[in-house]
Design a protein around this ligand. Structure first.
Ligand SMILES: Cc1cc2nc3c(=O)[nH]c(=O)nc-3n(C[C@H](O)[C@H](O)[C@H](O)COP(=O)(O)O)c2cc1C
Length: 203
C-alpha cells in the first residue's frame, strides 16, 4: 500500500498521521485568557524539542471555522502556560476537557479539576496531575493555509512531580501510569513497561 500523502485531503492525511504515529503523549495545557478565565485542553502532537535548554513543543490546529483555538490565543496573550501529564485516573476528565467550550467557560469547573497557583507563570497547574511543567513561550511556527497548524515552542522553567513518583532522580515509570493517544478514539496505558540496557555506559 502506498499513500500519496502530498496530494491527499487534509482529513485523510491527518488520519494517517494520527494512526501511524502512535502512541503519542498528551500535553494537557492550562492557560489563562485575557478575560482571566483558566483554560485547559489536550494536545497529542507533543514532544520535547531541545534538551539544553529544556524545551517542549505542541501543535494547535485552527478550529474548523479557521479561528484560533483558545489555548493558542491565551498563549499569544500571556506568553506562558503549563503542560500537565495525564495518568489513567485523569483520562475521562482529559477527554471531556477537549470539548469546545466558549472562552468565558473554564474547563477546570466544567470537568471538576482544581487549579492551583504556579511558581513562575500566571497559568494554573492541574492539582490532580502527577506531573506539571511551567513553560515560557519562545516561538510559534505557523504552517498551512486555510486550516493552519501552529507549533508552539516553550522553555521549561519549573516542574512539579508528586512526591511518591520521584524515585532516584527521575519520574518512576512503573508508578506514573501515564496514558497516550493512538489512532481514532483509541488510547493506551503504559503499564507494560520493560527495560533495554544500552550497549554503552548510560546515562
Ligand atoms: C487526546 C486528544 C488529543 C488532541 N490533540 C490535539 C492536537 O494535537 N492538536 C489540536 O489542535 N487539537 C487536539 N485535540 C483537540 C483539542 O483538545 C480541542 O480542539 C480543544 O477543544 C481545544 O481547546 P481550546 O479551544 O480551549 O484550546 C485533541 C483532543 C484530544 C481528546
Amino acid at each position: 500500500m502506498k499513500l500519496d500523502i502530498a496530494n491527499m485531503k487534509y482529513q485523510d492525511s491527518r488520519k494517517f498521521l494520527i494512526s501511524a504515529i502512535t502512541p503519542r503523549p498528551i500535553a494537557w495545557v492550562s492557560t489563562i485568557g485575557e478575560n482571566g478565565v483558566f483554560n485547559l485542553a489536550p494536545f497529542s502532537f507533543f514532544c520535547p524539542v531541545s534538551s539544553n535548554p529544556p524545551m517542549l513543543g505542541f501543535n494547535a490546529n485552527s478550529n474548523r471555522d479557521g479561528t484560533k483555538k483558545d489555548t493558542l490565543r491565551n498563549i499569544e496573550f500571556a506568553k506562558e502556560y503549563v503542560i500537565n501529564v495525564v495518568n489513567e485516573e485523569l483520562g475521562q476528565q482529559m477527554n471531556q476537557s477537549s470539548q469546545e467550550y466558549p472562552p468565558d467557560v473554564s474547563e477546570f469547573k466544567e470537568v471538576g479539576l482544581t487549579p492551583i497557583k504556579a511558581d513562575r507563570v500566571k497559568a494554573p497547574l492541574v492539582a490532580e496531575a502527577p506531573v506539571s511543567m511551567e513553560c515560557r513561550l519562545t516561538q510559534i511556527l505557523e504552517f498551512g493555509k486555510e486550516r493552519k497548524s501552529y507549533f508552539i515552542i516553550g522553555e521549561l522553567l519549573m516542574a512539579h512531580v508528586k512526591d511518591e513518583l520521584w524515585v532516584n532522580g527521575q519520574v518512576d515509570q512503573t508508578k506514573l501510569r501515564s496514558i497516550a493517544r493512538m489512532g481514532g478514539e483509541w488510547f493506551c496505558r503504559t503499564r507494560d513497561v520493560f527495560e533495554l540496557k544500552r550497549p554503552y555506559p548510560y546515562p
